[in-house]
Write a new protein. Structure first.
Length: 210
């Protein structure tokens, strides 16, 4: 009998070698890869996200769990269909034009990937038209914008305006975040939501794409 709770707990602890053993044992017992993914691994990352949002764990622990998740998913990926792996949606993410900060955006990317989103990461200093082009080409459902400087926050508004001009705004949700960004600012520029950290970003992305 597979102990999904044990897989979840091991992921949260960040014990990669133990987690890999548990996943391999579960597969040997005939457990479906999609069950291991959803009931063991994704469940674990959901808890990590909640704990980060509540301030119970911090970035080093989150990165450790995300690294474990990645190693476990590498084992499951060849056994899963494409549709099974990306159950949550497709996200274009990047730091806006003029801003070179990467850490917060990368953590959000890791968390979103961990719970089943397909991620198109455009990096930093991304112009509005580049976001629009990626959304068109990849047929993404969600745009995640990051800014770490007050001087680059207006680029978020410009990106949303470019999205409207392209005719994509009605079908693409937009979430924003970063140290100087607030929920009021998100509302003022016409974003669909604001996330203060990677844990809340994961929850918000799921809510926006329900």
């Amino acid at each position: 009998m597979v102990e999904f709770e044990r897989i979840t707990e091991t992921l949260i602890k960040g014990d990669e070698s133990a987690l890999i053993r548990l996943v391999q044992d579960a597969l040997k017992e005939g457990t479906q890869p999609i069950e291991i993914l959803n009931r063991g691994l994704v469940e674990g990352m959901n808890i990590v996200g909640d704990r980060m949002e509540n301030g119970d764990i911090f970035i080093p622990e989150v990165l450790l769990s995300a690294k474990c998740m990645s190693a476990a998913v590498d084992i499951l990926r060849p056994l899963l269909g494409t549709n099974e792996m990306n159950l949550s949606g497709k996200v274009v993410i990047g730091t806006v034009k003029g801003d070179l900060h990467d850490i917060g955006k990368s953590l959000v990317r890791l968390m979103l990937q961990s719970v089943g989103f397909e991620i198109i990461d455009l990096g930093v200093d991304v112009a509005p038209e580049k976001f629009v082009q990626a959304l068109k080409e990849k047929k993404a459902d969600l745009l995640a914008l990051s800014a770490l400087l007050t001087t680059t926050m207006p680029s978020m508004k410009l990106t949303i305006e470019a999205l409207k001009e392209s005719g994509l705004r009605d079908r693409v949700k937009v979430m924003v975040g970063g140290a100087p960004v607030t929920s009021k600012f998100a509302k003022d520029i016409g974003a669909d939501g604001y996330a203060a950290d990677a844990g809340s970003a994961t929850k918000l992305a799921k809510t926006l794409l329900q």
